[in-house]
Design a protein around this ligand. Sequence first.
Ligand code: F6P
Length: 528
Amino acid sequence: MFQSLSTYYETIKNRKIVDLFEDTNRFENFSVSAGDLTIDYSKTNIDDMARKLLLELASERKIARKRDEMFAGKPINDTEGRAVLHTALRAPRDAVIMEDGQNVVPEIHKSLDDMAEFCEAVRSGKITASGGEAFTDVVNIGIGGSDLGPVMATIALAPYHNGTRTHFVSNVDSAHINDVLKNLNPETTLVLIASKTFTTIETLTNAKTAREWLSNVKDANQHFAAISTAEDKTSAFGIASDRVFGFEDWVGGRYSMWGPIGLSIMLAIGADAFREFLDGAHQIDQHFQNTAGADNAAITLALTGIWHRNICGYPTRAVLPYEQRLLRLPAYLQQLDMESNGKSVGKNGQATEKTGPIVWGEPGTNGQHAFYQLIHQGTDVIPCEFLIAKEAHEPELAHQHDLLKANCLAQSRALLIGRDLDEALKIAKSKGYTGAEAERQAAHRVFEGNRPSLTITYPKLTPSVLGQIIALYEHRVFVEGAIWGINSFDQWGVELGKELAVQLLPAVEGHKIEGLDGSTQGLLKLLK
Ligand code: F6P
């Protein structure tokens, strides 16, 4: 099927996307809605035939069956022998989701209730610090999936913060924990140690540093809670079992903020708003499960990804939220997408076709003043994914949101229409250039255009909408991975570096170790 898509692409690749708008219904025909989200992909080179072939590819690669297996709790993470059931974390109380012969929903809701009880007690001052004062600040220590989702969502939902102040420490770099803790009072700070495995060296090192920082409070243990699947390890760290929020290993790290790993989010926004966040995600789960073909937003988003990556050959995609509070969305998506789909071996153990692209981005309008130059005039084509709300949270500053919208629309339109040499020449001449110099100047002012983008719109960045956006991207990653035939739920590619760091620590500390390459030896000397 890739072959028929590629053959078809050869016949259309030089046409102008803008000409496709001769179909006056193109916007309606090439946009898709799910919940509160609308994805406009009319500014791509996908037409009826390309979409038909992409949908045939999805059905040839058995996407619907694979999706149903995931939702049904089949052990689809087959290098780790696990089910993949993060979607169960956001299912309603009366849902029935079976894993290994058991309905997992009651346990999930019990855990959500425990989280809510703990959060409300901390927020109301019922659970206090060891000296009797209310907690004012929470520090979440975790990394990767135990950090990126909570940080991203906590920043995104700033208008809903009505609880403790929340801070995050992830990097083993002493600068990170130092710069966070130096502004806090140990007497009123609660530390959450978030680690699925409770073996991650960065997190355990920072946790020990936090314990030392808390050494002068009356009872340091009262200043800790842990979130992990490894309760034996949390108790070895000295955390009382009623302060441990456990979860199951069928929740992947990068898919985990919907459950206990989201405790820091819940502490910031409260249990009700957290439930709205889960309900938003659940709404998209249902859409993904129950909507066929071209009307399925997650499948459509995935197929635009496949089109750009495998058929057009573009190596990266930019995610450009015109929403300052989605500042960490690109970083979050880098883990979600690249840790899931950055693979080169399929489930069958064989080499794959090209898989996950590089995902990157920054909020607009800031990015416009940094890297958009390359997006508009560089030698690579970079499909862009814009996100923009109809409404901001600051009605009194609506004129600023209008300007934000105008910028967002201007960028996708500029990518589409470009600016040809004639127009560039007119501009150069209007600046007073003549003859050969006018032509030279004009060449720099040409925009090739014809660069694809899609735009995701939503009414306002509420907890529900955030849940919808993230679930949409999760399922997009799933569909792309399923098309490539890879396991999107393991991450063996992070292991070698971890092992070598453990081996190299003695060398960094001054011990001699044999067998190192010349560069590593040279760098060790420089860093001694
Ligand atoms: O190093 C990668 C990784 O294993 C991620 O997949 C995970 O989210 C992160 O480390 C943190 O792991 P943990 O939550 O077990 O500390």
